[in-house]
Design a protein around this ligand. Structure first.
Ligand code: NAP
Length: 258
């Protein structure tokens, strides 16, 4: 099989956590993977893990909140691999973890830039190639899109916006398939931030909920939702376009078992 026969997917936030696990799963499923994040060291570690298992990966240091960075990532990916078949918009930030009354306005606005404008920036620049290839977009959402998490107003608003953007994009662009996915509660740095900083700003019962998830071993390892995200980026059926779904959706689990 020549290099250009292999599907190519961009994964943002691939320097650690869920993005890194998704990228490794994608490579295991046979895709070439372009890894994007701000941190070069983490990206290099993910790329090394993929190369070690015989996969193809390429790194791009950039900020998803900057449109020009996303445009260069898309262009360089197509130059490098000869094609682009999908995007996993996984890069995300929880900050500021603070109540609306106390939140830093610049941090609040930055949250929406990363979590909502980031996916827009990448999709906007990738769309012509995605449409040409009937490609796929996986927007990594969160249960926070629907559940009230006090002191995470920007994050909740951003994930809710991402879900509705997904629906609008699905209607506008019937040639592509786009889904928003809740990855569950995952054992990554983001959960560590909740446990570490939550007690300072959250109601006691809410902070205890996040602490207990870790204590009682109820966090998902990143590889579990990572596998679901990777499969969706390569094979999500077009009839699912516009859906907000969970990583353990029964239809998705059945497809993963096949
Ligand atoms: P994480 O460990 O904090 O990883 C976040 C990733 O996003 C890092 O690779 C980070 O890399 C990257 N990133 C942040 N800002 C960026 C920017 N401006 N440009 C490019 N990359 C950026 O968190 P995670 O848990 O793996 O989260 C991954 C996704 O899952 C997020 O969208 C999150 O909202 C979602 N999610 C997580 C959970 C959970 O329980 N963990 C639950 C629901 C949803 P750099 O710092 O190197 O840029």
């Amino acid at each position: 099989m020549s290099a250009s026969d292999v599907p190519v997917i961009i994964v943002t936030g691939a320097s650690q956590g869920l993005g890194a696990a998704t990228a490794v799963e994608l490579a295991r499923m046979g895709a070439g993977v372009a890894l994007m994040a701000c941190g070069a060291e983490g990206l290099a570690a993910t790329a090394a893990a993929i190369h070690d298992q015989g996969g193809r990966a390429w790194t791009f240091v950039g900020d998803v909140a900057i449109h020009a960075d996303c445009a260069r990532c898309v262009k360089d990916t197509i130059d490098q691999f000869g094609r682009l078949d999908g995007v996993v918009n996984n890069a995300g930030t929880l900050a500021p973890l603070d109540t609306t009354a106390n939140a830093d306005p610049a941090a609040w606005q930055r949250n929406l830039l990363v979590n909502v404008a980031g996916p827009f920036n990448l999709i906007h620049t990738a769309l012509p190639e995605l449409k040409r290839r009937q490609g796929r977009v996986v927007n990594v959402s969160s249960g926070a899109a629907e559940v009230v998490i006090q002191a995470a107003g920007a994050y909740c608003a951003a994930k809710s916006a991402l879900n509705h953007f997904t629906r609008v994009l699905a209607a506008e662009e019937p040639e592509i398939t786009v889904v928003a996915v809740r990855p569950g509660v995952v054992d990554t740095a983001m959960q560590h931030v909740l446990r570490d900083q939550g007690p300072r700003v959250m109601p006691e019962d809410q902070a205890a909920f996040y602490r207990d998830l870790k204590t009682h071993g109820r966090l998902e390892p990143p590889e579990v939702p990572g596998r679901a995200l990777a499969w969706l980026a390569l094979q999500a059926p077009h009839s699912w376009s516009g859906r907000y779904m969970s990583y353990d959706d029964p239809g998705l689990l059945a497809a993963l078992k096949r």
